[in-house]
Design a protein around this ligand. Structure first.
Ligand SMILES: C[S@@+](CC[C@H](N)C(=O)[O-])C[C@H]1O[C@@H](n2cnc3c(N)ncnc32)[C@H](O)[C@@H]1O
Length: 233
């Protein structure tokens, strides 16, 4: 039986080290944990979801694919039900960057270099990178993947070694810029286009609160354009 796992989640799985014990937060169908267990890449997964229905689905899928005995399931907000002694890796995929940042803030025990975070925000990546840096987490690696016409980025972070990020680096971290990823030129082009549109919109706005953000976006756009110029051709 084939697990209908997406290319995006397979790329998240590729960031998980062999032998890891993971907390899969916002597990939904449970495919990430099930894939990792089924392939023998990991030995334990704690699947958590805020809602009963997705969690039920994850439990049924885990039974169907024969890995339920290697899993724990909790209907819980973020990491609230996770025992830090049971895991060493946290995966948070398919949620907004702001929500992921909040989930991490609500679990201060993650501020320990032994935990690896594998984060795949659907949106607001710049807010998540900024929050990681402010909370003391260093971004070790970023990977890009194209799936269904969308470009996704997967951030691997760990407590310690954080650096303040400039506006441009909040959109493209040094780890991503130096990743050599073949999708990087397309990612930067997409960011450049989005920032240019945002600036155009703010330029037309009369709302002073919106206009206050102008210098931030202008700096971000200038930096992203500089990154594009420095890409190897
Ligand atoms: C779009 S799905 C992503 C599922 C899967 N991780 C993936 O990437 O394909 C987001 C899941 O996160 C769950 N969720 C939302 N907020 C949550 C929270 N605060 N704590 C745990 N799960 C949450 C939702 O119920 C939903 O099942």
């Amino acid at each position: 039986m084939k697990l209908p796992i997406s290319k995006r989640l397979l790329c998240c799985a590729a960031q998980v080290p062999r032998g890891a014990r993971i907390a899969d937060i916002g597990c939904d169908h449970g495919y990430l944990s099930i894939h990792l267990l089924r392939t023998g890449q990991i030995a334990f997964a704690h699947a958590c979801d805020l809602r009963e229905k997705p969690l039920q689905r994850a439990m049924e899928n885990a039974q169907r694919f024969g890995v339920a005995e290697k899993m724990r399931f909790s209907c819980a907000d973020g990491l609230q039900a996770v025992d830090p002694e049971q895991i060493d890796t946290v995966a948070c995929a398919g949620m907004g960057g702001d929500l992921i940042a909040q989930i991490l803030r609500d679990a201060p025990w993650l501020k320990d270099g032994r935990f690896r975070l594998i984060l795949q925000p659907q949106s607001s990546g710049q807010d998540l990178r900024r929050a990681l840096s402010e909370e003391g987490f260093g971004i070790e690696k970023e990977a890009l993947v194209e799936d269904g016409g969308f470009l996704y980025y997967i951030i691997t972070a760990r407590f310690g070694g954080s650096q303040p990020l400039t506006p441009g680096q909040q959109y493209c971290s040094p780890a991503l810029l130096h990743s050599g990823d073949s999708l990087l030129p397309r990612y930067l082009a997409r960011i450049e286009q989005a920032l240019a549109l945002t600036l155009e919109g703010i330029g037309r706005a009369s709302d002073p609160a919106a206009r206050e953000k102008l210098p931030y976006y202008r700096t971000a756009l200038d930096e992203v354009r500089e990154m594009q110029r420095q890409l190897p051709r």
